[in-house]
Design a protein around this ligand. Structure first.
Ligand code: GLN
Length: 287
């Protein structure tokens, strides 16, 4: 049995409706994926028929969407900072909030300077790779504790022809003792364990380790901030993404660790989301 493009989309949007904020878009992305065409093709060919194999695959994806499974995992890709990245269930789906983190990190980098950047808990690798693309002179190192994430991140780097140093490590643990950086950047897990938010939308399908660091939600940020002064050279910066209600505790931990120029920016929803700070006391000579 086969269907027309528009009837297939109407059916899928209806089925997905109760489980997604964007059922029509989801249906279009999944059908375009099955057809191997861009989404715009669907608008130009609403009456084309979808062959039986494609219709069957599409129905399977629509059912998987209801589990829920994020669209990015179903189609194996997600756009971030106008670049396409592979996405798998090993890592968090790239989010628009994290574009703000990249933007802020880029603001901190002086053009033409061979900056050393460390991205902690890289996941899909989007932060490290986007920074390297926009700042080709930078030397970028990225860590993740999960080898499956590093494999995904490596594939994404290869896709964009970027060279990054990948290290399997829990935060700073496996970095050589004398490694120093000019910028540390991270989108760590920051949702408190047991928070009702974790049961909403597609979050149940994403890796818990990438979302939840522990009971307070601040554990990973604390480890990253506490370890940063030892890893930053004089005038080094840190940029972290955090929860909308974590601006004050993050500022406090940065101050306690010897950072100044602490500045928080809001995401596209008007929520405090990214904090940057400069090291002022790390026991290193300042010139
Ligand atoms: N902001 C993410 C969300 O909306 C949380 C990501 C994270 O913990 N780094 O789910």
């Amino acid at each position: 049995m086969s269907e027309q493009i528009d009837t297939a989309l109407n059916w899928a949007a209806g089925v997905i409706g109760p489980r997604s904020e964007s059922p029509r878009l989801d249906a279009e992305l999944l059908l375009a994926h099955c057809l191997g065409k861009p989404r715009s093709y669907l608008y130009g060919h609403p009456e084309d028929s979808v062959d039986a194999g494609c219709w069957a695959r599409f129905q399977d994806l629509v059912r998987a969407r209801l589990k829920p499974t994020p669209i990015a995992y179903l189609v194996g890709a997600r756009e971030f900072y106008s670049l396409e990245f592979a996405a798998t269930p090993s890592a968090l789906v790239p989010r628009p909030e994290t574009e703000l983190l990249v933007e802020r990190a880029l603001d901190l980098l002086s053009p033409g300077r061979a900056t050393r950047i460390l991205d902690l808990g890289t996941g899909t690798g989007i932060i490290a790779i986007t920074l390297k693309i926009h700042c080709p002179d930078a030397r970028v190192t990225a860590t993740d504790v999960d080898p499956a994430c590093l494999e995904l991140a490596r594939a994404n780097a290869a896709r964009h022809g970027t060279e990054i140093e990948w290290i399997e490590s829990s935060w700073y643990d496996a970095l050589g003792a004398n490694r120093a950086f000019d910028l540390i950047v991270a989108n760590p897990p920051y949702v408190a364990a047991g928070h009702p938010f974790l049961t909403e939308g597609d979050l149940p399908a994403e890796p818990e380790i990438a979302l939840t660091p522990g009971p307070t939600g601040l554990e990973a940020l604390e480890a990253i901030v506490a370890g940063a002064p030892r890893r930053l050279d004089a005038d080094g910066w840190i940029a972290v993404e955090h929860g909308y209600d974590q601006q004050a505790p993050v500022a406090a931990m940065l101050e306690a660790a010897g950072f100044g120029a602490i500045e928080c920016r809001e995401d596209h929803n008007g929520l405090p989301r990214v904090t940057t700070a400069k090291i002022v006391e790390n026991g290193q000579p300042s010139a």
